[in-house]
Write a protein that binds this ligand. Structure first.
Ligand code: PLP
Length: 369
């Protein structure tokens, strides 16, 4: 049968959109690249895994419960988040990863002709969801590796609904200080929604780094994203959330389909939340391994950035996609940055020392040609 219906039925912005191609599973990759083991250093996962209490919840999960629907609104988790952050449970909305709450927010506020504003080199999902939903994504070039305050403000027009700020930025590791952020929010003055994606919040120790959740009472147009995928090591279970003013959450909630967050994720997240020791141990590992990498990369004469977060960006004297293939054949998986509009750069997730040594060794061999 002819597929002429596709031409007629598919919106032009979907025709133009290229689907994201996820990495293949480890066994497939090892087969393709001929390596025996694989260090996955492409997704900023926590090398220490989930905190002990969350592991225990997962181990003890009663299999029969797989047949029962989860809480549709993550009731207990929201209550515990509320206690922890001194907010009302209705100020939280839990999703199937922070990725899902990005799409909730865009659906709730944007209609035909609207735009969102973010950076050209940041977490790409804000741009993707806007684009494949038929909205314009205005991408403001980074300035000194960071979100450009002036550029973002200048790009606002009457059709702008949301500004997305990734703080600290993935992949550059830069952040806006509390002063800069508040100044920005004061200038916006409640005319648009401002989303601050704090996926790496728990990694940052700088004095002047702002806590978006603390600012919610001052700025009712502020929406904060957090996730259990990074610091809390639960990326495989898919759970993240947003926090905002109650009326704002009430609006965003209208766009979400219930039951997208599974029961195991909800319970593991409750157990993981606030494990300070796990946070301290992870920070220590990241600090130590970043110092090691900085030394090694300097010795090799390579430029690298990434002060905050659990990742580094490294500039290579060659194509990043070629480097990807060569590193893969030595069992090291990194993220190419061409897709983030950083050709010849790679992003490396901070892992255990053995993985970091394997990366440096593979990179040296690669650069020797
Ligand atoms: C990893 C990441 C997310 C998404 O996290 P999930 O909860 O796993 O969907 C969102 N924003 C940034 C900046 C991230 O790096």
């Amino acid at each position: 049968m002819s597929k002429a219906f596709l031409d007629r039925l598919v919106p032009s912005y979907i025709k133009r959109f290229q689907a994201y191609i996820p990495a293949k599973p480890d066994d497939e990759l090892c087969r393709i690249f001929g390596c025996e083991r694989l260090y996955r250093l492409n997704n900023n996962e926590n090398p220490l895994g989930p905190p002990p209490a969350a592991r225990e919840v997962i181990r003890r999960f009663e299999p029969f419960r797989a047949s029962v629907y989860p809480s549709g609104d993550a009731f207990h988790l929201r209550c515990e988040l509320a206690d922890r952050f001194g907010l009302h449970p209705d100020q939280f909305l839990v999703g199937n990863g922070a990725n899902e709450v990005i799409s909730f927010a865009i659906k709730a506020f944007c209609e035909k002709g609207d735009n969102i504003i973010t950076a050209d080199k940041t977490f790409a999902v804000y741009e993707w969801v806007a684009t494949f939903s038929g909205f314009e994504a205005r991408l403001i070039p980074l300035k000194d590796w960071a979100f450009d305050y002036r550029g973002m403000l200048d790009a606002i027009d009457e059709k702008t609904k949301i500004l997305f700020l990734c703080n600290p930025n993935n992949p550059t590791g830069t952040y806006w200080s509390r002063e800069l952020l508040c100044d920005f929010l004061d200038r916006i003055g409640g005319r648009q929604i401002v989303v601050i994606d704090e996926a790496y919040f728990e990694f940052v120790e700088e004095e002047d780094y702002p806590d978006g959740i603390e600012l919610l009472s001052r700025y009712p147009n502020l929406v904060v994203f957090r996730t259990f995928s990074k610091m809390y090591g639960l990326a495989g279970l898919r759970i993240g959330y947003l926090a905002a003013d109650r009326e704002v959450v009430d609006i965003i909630r209208r766009t979400c389909v219930v039951y997208s967050v599974n029961v195991l994720a909800q319970e593991a997240a409750r157990a993981a939340l606030g494990d300070e020791e796990h946070i301290l141990m992870t920070r220590e590992l990241v600090r130590t391994e970043k110092a090691f990498l900085n030394r090694e990369l300097k010795r090799m004469g390579l430029q690298c950035i990434g002060d905050q977060g659990s990742y580094l960006m490294i500039r290579l004297p060659m194509s990043d996609t070629l480097a990807y293939r060569r590193l893969m054949s030595r069992g090291v998986m990194i993220r190419t940055m061409t897709g983030f509009r950083f050709p010849n750069w790679i992003r490396l997730s901070i892992g255990r020392h053995q993985a970091m040594e394997a990366f440096i060794e593979a990179l040296e061999t690669l650069l020797r040609g």
